[in-house]
Design a protein around this ligand. Structure first.
Ligand code: FE2
Length: 210
């Protein structure tokens, strides 16, 4: 941008991650509603969802909201983001218990409630917090937030994170994300990580859906 301000940071990843969380909960809700909760796919999918959501929210709590709080004129949006993260924890615990118990009805209800709350939270974040990111954060501060997520993921986490992130993503998102990551990550994703991800148990829409 040439309005005298630095270029805004690229928030492609944030949107892609939010889309992946919502896609996962749509799949879980559909599987639970179909009574399709036995077997390794639900457990593996839930473990992956929980891990990536935890990493994402923890990095926001440590490397995004406090940095914005120090710069924002009004912290109300950041209070809201932190409050919503806390409220999601209770809904996550309910789904966690239902997955472990293998109870389809309880799981469908809990996953639906979690999906509604997470969708609302992601929308609030995109509408209210990302403009603050664009206005207030430096590239270095945004990179520190990304690096914190990478650090928490580690190499083994990245191997399932990228195929998970792009599972069912549109061509535009796929091209943007793969355009941002370093070439070795792109290569590993195509040659090793994605084929391995597709062979392992994972959430898929039940056959009857779409
Ligand atoms: Fe986020």
């Amino acid at each position: 941008m040439s309005d005298g301000k630095p270029d805004r940071v690229d928030v492609t990843f944030m949107y892609a991650v939010h889309d992946a969380f919502q896609r996962d909960l749509d799949r879980l809700t559909a599987m639970a509603a179909a009574g399709d909760v036995a077997g390794p796919a639900v457990q593996a999918g839930w473990d992956r969802f929980k891990r990536f959501l935890h990493i994402h929210h923890t990095a926001e709590d440590t490397h995004l909201w406090p940095v914005l709080r120090a710069k924002a004129a009004d912290p109300a949006v950041l209070d809201q983001m932190e409050g919503e993260h806390e409220r999601l924890d209770g809904l996550l615990a309910a789904v966690d218990a239902a997955v472990r118990a293998g109870e389809a009805t309880r799981l469908a209800a809990g996953a639906g409630r979690l999906a509604d709350a997470l969708t609302a939270h992601c929308e609030h974040e995109e509408e209210l917090a990302l403009p603050l990111v664009g206005d207030l954060l430096t590239q270095q501060e945004w990179d520190a937030f990304g690096n914190e997520q990478r650090r928490r993921l580690g190499v083994s986490g990245a191997a399932s994170f990228f195929p998970w992130l792009l599972d069912g993503a549109g061509e535009d998102t796929r091209r943007k994300v793969l355009g941002i990551v370093p070439p070795p990550v792109r290569l590993l994703y195509r040659a090793v990580w994605r084929p391995r991800y597709l062979r392992a148990p994972r959430w898929q829409s039940p056959a009857r859906a779409h």
